[in-house]
Structures are given as C-alpha cells and as structure tokens.
Design a protein around this ligand. Structure first.
Ligand SMILES: Cc1cc2nc3c(=O)[nH]c(=O)nc-3n(C[C@H](O)[C@H](O)[C@H](O)COP(=O)(O)OP(=O)(O)OC[C@H]3O[C@@H](n4cnc5c(N)ncnc54)[C@H](O)[C@@H]3O)c2cc1C
Ligand code: FES
Length: 501
C-alpha cells in the first residue's frame, strides 16, 4: 500500500513503525483487520482480557484516517442531540451521549494507567453559531444534550477572536496526539501469542479465516476495522458515504490562541483546536469538506483555510502543516457497529463514524470486544450495524447512492483534455486515445505510468487529485498513488498497469 504525499502533523512528529509482515499460517482467538483507532483499541482490549489477537494492517499502523484526523475526543459532535432525539428518541440520544462519554473516559483511563505521553489535555468543546438564524437550533441542541445527560450550557462567551451569536459549551472533553496514543497501545499487543502485522493486506474472509498477503490467520472471531469494510457482503458502501476534509496548522503565541475546541454549527465547517508542539503551540483549522469527485481544485481548499486562519489570527506564523483525509458518513449520523453479515455473529465491523471516530472508534472497540467476550452491552441496539431507520436515513441514503451512480456513469465519459507530453513531474490525467482511456501519471523521475482508470473495488473510474497527487475513486473513497498502489481501501488491489501505447 502507498502513502499520501502530504503527511499530517501527527505522522511527521512520531517515529515510523516496523512491525513484521505476516508470513505463513497461524491460529489466534481474534483477527483484527485494520490498525486505526477502532482496530487497535479493540485488539488492546481483547488482549488485556486474555484473548490472543493478530492485527493485520495493509500499510503501516495508524496511517489511515486516524493518522490524519483532528483528534478531538468529545461527545459534542456538532449540533447532533436535537437530531438524535428526533430520529432515535430521548433514549437513543441518551445512549449516544453516555457511550461517547464512556469512550472518552476509556481513552483517559488508558492514558492514565499506561502513563502514555500523548499530549492528552482536558478542554471544553464549543459548537458555535456565527449568525442569529442558527441560535434556535443551538437552543434546541442545549435542551436535548441536557436531557441526554451532558454538562452543557448556552453561552456567547468564547475565546475566539470574533463574536459568536451563541455557542453550546460542553465541559470536560479532551484532545490528544492520536499517533502517540495509539503507537503506545499497539506496542503492548505483541507477545504471549498475539501479533501486530504491517504491510499485510487482507484479501478475503471465509468463515473466520482471513487470507492475506503473506499468509492466513485462522481465528474464532474477526473484526473488520478497515474504515469501510473491504469485504462487504453487508453492502455498507450503500449507507456510509465518503467525505473528504482538509486541515492546516501554524505556530501561534499562547496568548493569542483560543482555549478550547471549536466547531461551527453552520457551513462551511470550521473546526479549530490548538496542538502543543514541544515548547510552542500550533493552531489547527480544519474544514472545507466535500464529496470526492465534486472538487475541481482541491489545492484551493488549503488556501481557503489558510486565509481563514490568517484573517482571524493575524498573530499566527506561516502555515507549516497541511493534510487531508476522508471519513465515512452514516446516513443517520450514528456509526454502524456489529455484524458484518447477517449470517454470522463472529465477523464484526464498525464504520460510518461521520468524522467523530476518536470516540466512535473507541466505543466500537468496547462494544465489539464485549460481544466477543460474551458480555451484554446496553448500547448495542442503537449502533446495530443492520438497522434501518427510514425517517432518519432516506434523504442521505438516496443522495449518497445517486452521487456514486452518477460518477459510475459520468466519469466513464469524461477525460482530461491534456497531451501526455505536457504532464510535468507529479502530474496525472485521464487521457483518451480512440475508445480507450488511461490514467497517466508522470513521477518525479520523469517516468510515465499508464494505468487502467477502473477502480478495483466496484469498477467506477478514478479521477486525478492534484493536491494529494493521488487517483481518487468518487464512488466509495478508494485511493491510489500516482503509480496505482493502494493508499486507502475499500479496494485491496492496485490499478491495473497498461501499456502506454
Ligand atoms: C478531516 C477529518 C477530521 C476529523 N477529526 C476528528 C476529530 O476531531 N475527532 C473525532 O472523533 N473524529 C475525527 N475524525 C474522524 C476520525 O478520524 C475517523 O472516524 C477515524 O480515524 C476512523 O478510524 P478507523 O479505525 O475506522 O479507520 P482508519 O484509521 O482509516 O484505519 C483503518 C485501517 O485499515 C487499514 N486497511 C484498510 N483495508 C485493509 C485491508 N484490506 N487489509 C489490511 N488493512 C487494511 C488501513 O490501512 C487503515 O490503517 C475526522 C475525520 C476527518 C476526515
Ligand atoms: S471505491 Fe468503490 S468503486 Fe471505487
């Protein structure tokens, strides 16, 4: 698997890992596929309960969405509790709050018990409105969040450098460095019959046997924690739709930095936090989310965030870090956690964290490990992966699938109007010659790579992303490096190589 070209602050400030690849056959209690926050937390919990586990990661651990996140650990997921009450009732909203608070507490407990140095800091979380029109929505949110048991208040006082019409303040939340935290957890997994494997791509799951590059893992239970399940007989790709967002970070004097974690309730989204960076502080601003394939100029997304940061915090230094990633949005804002297939209680999955996977991935791990350990969990019904909530889901279900369907057809007809010779190093384009299309990329050495544009997941056509120098699939979010290697699933196969002529 390849790597994205804009490494995140989290990736750049932590060591590269070097776990072995799987070689041969083995037996364990649980095989966990995917080493992001969901997979590594589940593996850690299960190992500590006496199970033997094998973590199977296609690239290096914590280099997927979790290595590129904003890393707020909060139950304040934008203005969500009003919607949850409407769609899942007051009990549903309460369980959502309770389970996310428990996930936050679980992270805090790991940090405390293991003495993990991961810049874990308690902060208040703010959901702010810039216009008076949004205030009624915030009032509804505060009432619903209070009924759900959260310690919230409506305020107009924040440490942001501009006035807000109102803000929901939620106490005692947290932020951290996700890779420092998870690399420390991962280091506790190998030994006593448990393993972490990197550069090992799972190819399929038959029963509870995982066939992967390099070998086979026979297990009693399997957790597919690959962000979107790569093995998707449950058709999760029809109800978890991919959305990409961007982040920039610049140094700032502590006296000018806001204290807290912030996200607006309107659009375009602006998500704000500070990052302790040794003896200095960075300010991170994220947002500019969009569906994959709907953006002509992704580099502009970074420029827009840089302008926002510079306009509101003129004291900040120049932007030093830029990164982006994507997450899967569930159709009713609640993650899917449970059985991958209706027919088996031993192949489990978690997806659709809707950009709140720090708590979502942790609570998924808690729920799935409870299931494997045979313990009843009172949150299981809310997150049930096979649920159907037509009222809450219909609009987003249709819009997500219409979008994928539109790309399946339209991207087959489209090609970029460029001459191959005009491609500079690091450029890519879809080039048509007669009836045939090729995804052509010129690498930094000047060599040309000709690939089939057909995504190896479900055969949509990829498009070139110049900001990330990747081939992105607009249907379900697979990403490939310029030379066609897999950066991100659900695909497990690279783009096919073609002859340039
Ligand atoms: C811009 C942005 C900002 C965000 N900010 C926040 C935030 O502030 N707070 C918050 O709570 N959430 C946030 N999120 C959401 C959060 O980052 C994600 O929900 C979470 O990281 C997903 O974790 P995961 O473990 O499911 O997936 P990942 O971290 O992507 O892990 C999946 C792993 O599976 C591996 N894999 C895939 N296929 C295979 C295969 N076939 N074989 C082996 N391995 C495979 C991948 O390589 C990857 O390492 C944000 C999301 C975005 C997009
Ligand atoms: S990711 Fe599903 S077709 Fe490409």
């Amino acid at each position: 698997m390849g790597a994205p070209p804009n490494p995140s602050y989290w990736v750049l400030t932590t060591p590269e890992t070097d776990y072995p690849a799987l070689a041969g056959e083995m037996d364990v209690d649980v095989c966990v596929i995917g080493a992001g926050i969901a997979g590594l937390t589940a593996a850690t919990l299960l190992k500590r309960e006496g199970k033997t586990v094998a973590v199977v990661e296609g690239k290096r651990i914590v280099r997927g969405a979790t290595g590129y996140t904003t890393a707020k650990i909060t139950s304040g997921h934008g203005a969500i509790y009003g919607d949850l009450e409407d769609n899942f009732g007051a009990d549903g909203a309460r369980i959502y709050a309770e389970s996310n608070e428990a996930a936050l507490a679980r992270v805090a407990q790991f940090v405390e018990e293991d003495g993990i140095d991961c810049d874990f800091e308690r902060k208040a979380n703010f959901v702010f409105a810039e216009s008076q029109d949004e205030v009624p929505k915030l009032k509804k949110e505060v009432d619903a969040a209070k009924r759900a048991g959260l310690d919230v208040a409506l305020t107009s006082e924040t440490s942001l450098p501009f006035d807000v019409a109102g803000a929901v303040r939620l106490e005692n939340q947290a932020q951290f460095h996700p890779r420092k935290y998870l690399l420390a957890l991962a280091a506790t997994i190998p030994g006593d019959g448990s393993h972490v494997f990197e550069r090992t791509i799972a190819q399929d799951v038959k029963g509870t046997t995982v066939r992967a590059s390099g070998g086979t893992v026979r297990a009693k239970d399997v957790i597919v924690a690959t962000h979107l399940p790569f093995e998707d007989s449950g058709l999760f790709f029809t109800k978890a739709h991919v959305h990409r967002s961007y982040a920039v970070a610049a140094p700032i004097d502590a006296s000018a930095a806001p204290d807290g974690m912030f996200i607006n309730s309107g659009t375009p989204t602006r998500s704000i936090r500070t990052i302790p960076d040794g003896d200095r502080l960075l300010l991170q601003v994220g947002g500019e989310g969009h569906k994959i394939g709907d953006e002509e100029d992704p580099a502009q997304r970074y420029r827009t965030l840089e302008e926002y940061l510079g306009e509101h915090w003129p004291q900040a230094g120049p932007v030093e870090y830029r990164w982006s990633t994507q997450d899967y949005m569930s159709v009713d804002r609640v993650p899917y956690i449970g059985r991958l297939r209706r027919t088996s209680g031993h192949v489990l999955t978690a997806t659709g964290f809707s950009k709140w996977g720090m708590t979502g991935g942790t609570l998924a791990a808690m729920l799935l490990s409870d299931g494997i350990l045979g313990r009843a969990n009172p949150w299981a019904d809310l997150y049930e992966a096979k649920r159907i909530k037509p009222k809450a889901s219909f609009k987003r279900f249709v819009s997500g699938n219409v979008s994928a369907g539109k790309h399946f057809v339209a991207d087959r007809l489209r090609s970029d109007d460029v001459d191959i010779e005009s491609l500079g190093p690091g450029d890519g384009a879809i080039v048509r010659k007669g009836a045939h299309k090729r995804a052509v990329y010129r690498d930094e050495t000047g060599a040309l790579h000709a690939l089939s544009p057909v995504c190896q997941h479900l055969y949509c056509h990829v498009i070139w992303n110049p900001a990330e120098q990747s081939w992105d699939c607009p249907c379900h979010g697979s990403r490939y490096s310029g030379d066609g290697q897999v950066i991100q699933g659900p695909t497990v196969k690279p783009l096919k190589r073609l002859d340039l002529t």
